[in-house]
Structures are given as C-alpha cells and as structure tokens.
Write a protein that binds this ligand. Sequence first.
Ligand code: HEM
Length: 496
Amino acid sequence: MDLTITSLVAACLSMAVLFVATKMIQQRPRTLYLYEKENKEEELLLPPVMSVVSVLTAYLPTLIAKGLPAVIHDLHSRLGSVFTVSVFGLKKVTLLVTAHFFQASESEIRQSNIYKVTVPVFGRGVLYDVDLATRSRQISFCTDSIKPINLRGHVDSMVHEVEGYFAQWGEDGVVDIKYEMGNLILLIANRCLLGKQFGESKLEQVSTLLHELFDNGFHLISLFFPYLPTPQHRRRDKARAMLGEMIHEAVRSRRNSGVAEDDVLQKFLDSKYINGRCMTENEIAGLLICMMFAAQHTSSSTSTWTGACLLSHGHRSYLAAAIQEQKRIIQQHGDRINWGILLQMTTLTHCIKEALRLHPPANLLIRHASKSFSVQTRQGHRYQIPKGHTLATCTTVGNRLPYIYKDPNVYDPSRFGPGREEDKVGGKFSYTPFSAGRHVCLGEDFAYMQIKVIWSHLLRNFDLELISPFPEEEWEKFIPGPKGKVMVTYKRRRLL
Ligand code: HEM
C-alpha cells in the first residue's frame, strides 16, 4: 500500500517535473532571421526562451534560498550561455554569459534606461541624464582624476586615515568587521575625493547624508518610478539637496581660496570640456556623489569578504602566506607604505582578487540591445538577439565557469599566481568583477590600493580571528554584500 502511494507520488512528481521541463524547452528556437554572411544567407535562430512563470515554478525555492545568481547558474547549465526570459511576452530579458556582452559597440549594446534610477541620486545634468558625448567626457574626467599618476598622491592620505582609525581600537576586543570597513572606506573616500575641507566636523554630516541618499535612492520601485512621491524618495531628495549645497559651498570656497589641493575635487575644478568650459558646481557635485556611490559599498564589501575569507579556518594557509609577505616587505622597507611598496604585495592582491571573484558586489550588469545583433555561444550556436531586448550578464556565474577556473567554488588565491594565471589563460573576459570593455570600472586601482592599505595594516598590527560563521551573501540586495555581522576578535601585536 505504502509502496503504491509512494509510486503514485513519484509518478505525479515525475510528470510535474516533465511538464515544467517541457515548458522550459518549449522555447527551442524558431528560425526567425535571415542573416547575410559572406554573400550567403544564413538562417539564424532566436535563443532558447523560458517564460518567467516557468522560471518561478521551477526555481522559486532556489530563488528564495540562494538568490538570483543560483537560478541563472542553473539556467546557464541547462540552456547554454545565451538564453531569454520572457516576462509575460511584454519584456524579453536575454542573459549573455559571453565576451560579446562586454566588447560589443555602443551602437549594438548600450547602457540600459535602468540607469535613469541614478538621476535623482547623482543629480540633473550629469552621466545618465545627459547625451552620450557629454557622459563620455564626464566619465573621462572621473578616470583622469584617479589615474595611477594621480593615485600615488593618495597613498599617504589613505595610510593616514587607516592608522588614525585603528589607533582607536583597544589592546584587544571584538568587532563587526563589516561595520568597521563601511566606516573606514567612507573616511578614505571623503578624504581622497572631497579633500581635507570636509574635516571632522562636516564629515559626520556628509556620511549621514550619503547613507540617507543611497539607502533611500535604490528601492525596487525607484527602478520603475524614480520620481514617485514615496517617503523614501522624499528622504532621498532632501539628502541630495543638503549634500549638494555642502559640495557647492566647498567648490566656491576652494575657487575663492586660490589654493590647489591634491584631491579629486581639485581635479574636477581643473577639468574642461572640449570647448574649454569648466564644470559647473552642480556637475562637480554630481560626479563626486557618483564616485562616492560607486566606491563605497563595492569596496567595503570586498574588504569585508577579503577578511572573512582570510580569517576563516579553512583558509589559514593563505593568511599565513599574506603575513609572510608583509614580514618580507617590512624587512626590506621598514614600516613605510607607498605606491611602489603596495605593488609588491602580490599575495595580498591575489587574496583580494579571489574574494572578489567569488563575491562580486556588482553581480548583475544590465544593458539594452539598441539594434539587432548575432552572437555565437560557447556551445557553437549562433543566435540573433532582436533589437529592444533587455540584456544582462551575471558576474557571479561568469567568474565561476568550470572550464576557466579549477574548482571554481573554492577560495584559492594561488590560481592567479605564476604557472596558473587562470584568468589570463581563460581569455580576455574571464574575470569581470569590475566589468570589462567599454564600461569597465575606472576605480579598480583605487579600490585595490585602499583595500591593500587597510589589510596590510591589519596583518602587520593585529592577530585576528573570525568568530561568527562564514557569512552568507545578501542576495536580496541589488548590490549584495556579506549578510549580517562579521564578528572578529583582535589582539595587538607587532609583526617583527
Ligand atoms: C571593489 C571595488 C569595486 C568594484 C567591484 C567595482 C565594480 C564596478 C563595475 C562592475 C562597474 C560597471 C558597472 C556596469 O557595467 O554597469 C563599475 C563602474 C564604475 N565604477 Fe567601480 N567598482 C569598485 C570600486 C570603484 C571605485 C573605488 C570607484 C571610484 C573611486 C569606482 C568608480 C566607478 C565608476 C565611476 C563607474 C562607471 C563607469 C562607466 O559607466 O563607464 N568604482 N564598477
């Protein structure tokens, strides 16, 4: 009897699975396009399509427990590196785990309208509120402001902030390293981007306003209705207005003082458009807020993950190697830290790089197909992607591909070391936590620099141990970081 019921249940389940599977594969593409290549007409197919209802039916528990990347990972293994999810036939979202996502021209793949969500946060007249030529120029102002030659000058400011911050820790104690990293990264960003002008007194106000702005500016509803008069949007707008006023005041007082400082604010004051026009106060405020936003959560999350990975019990050998490297560098250079010395910290760099590979904070990059184009999958299919599709790639999936990374889910910084260099062997777009191609992050060097200043100081001056469980990922967030508190014990000691 039991057996019969069990068999019946098993049969029903199998039928349900079969039904879902059939629904999933019902998308096998119909031939839709005729494509002219080398004077031959080639028939091109649409990518496999799955309806959002089928995705939810099949993956709701995975979505809740493990987040969107786990669902995309599974769809990628089943359907290949290019597939489409149809949202009630109204919207088509095509996932591309291919190099083409990064290397296509702007006329084919452009940044999506979704970035309009940033307009009330960064302000009018900058970036996603202006035409492409102006935006490109403004991005080049940002890139120039923190290019390596300008970054060298920031090392001292970073070291100053880091030493001052950790001097406030006691002889020993317990801290939430995630909270500490959030605070410290904000201090560094304030100092390097806004400059000394925002001294202690204003710093706290700036930090509170930035939190208020970023926390209230990126709710799901903001993606679709960025100007809906919700309480969050009102708080966002109030914070933006106050922050804008503070930055405008700083710009005026810097211009009036005639004294040039070594910070990003100064670089923006000196930047000019092609026609020789300087940026307005409003444009400078917008770009500074954009840089603070782009730098803050990504860097503090990466710094926390680096700590969690190094300090977790399974990875103590990497911690030992990173400490050993600091000993060697101290023997050579003493306590001094500068640009060149930071470049010698290759073991630490690989530890950060591997934490980022496994936990990229910007894990879903979104674009728009501005014209129809074709793309070749790894499996050898060539698909036509119609104009108008929303395009996305998932860096969490792209950076764990088993044909590029050996044991892709294992934390193993040595995969980037001599003789392996898996990211390079894997090809140009194998490592994408900073994106790649046209919209690659312009703050990569800045990010590595500050995280290395922080972690080299910690490794040199403290014994540290992770006492909370290894953190899970905050999948429910648009820019995920480690979930909950990341508790660490510390005890002061000198390395040599
Ligand atoms: C670990 C730290 C960081 C990570 C993982 C990261 C990641 C990224 C990614 C994935 C993008 C591309 C977004 C897209 O394609 O839609 C991006 C863009 C950008 N990042 Fe970063 N970022 C980090 C730190 C920084 C820092 C420190 C700054 C500035 C000081 C910065 C400034 C920017 C800017 C301005 C852009 C826009 C570039 C453009 O649209 O052309 N980032 N970042």
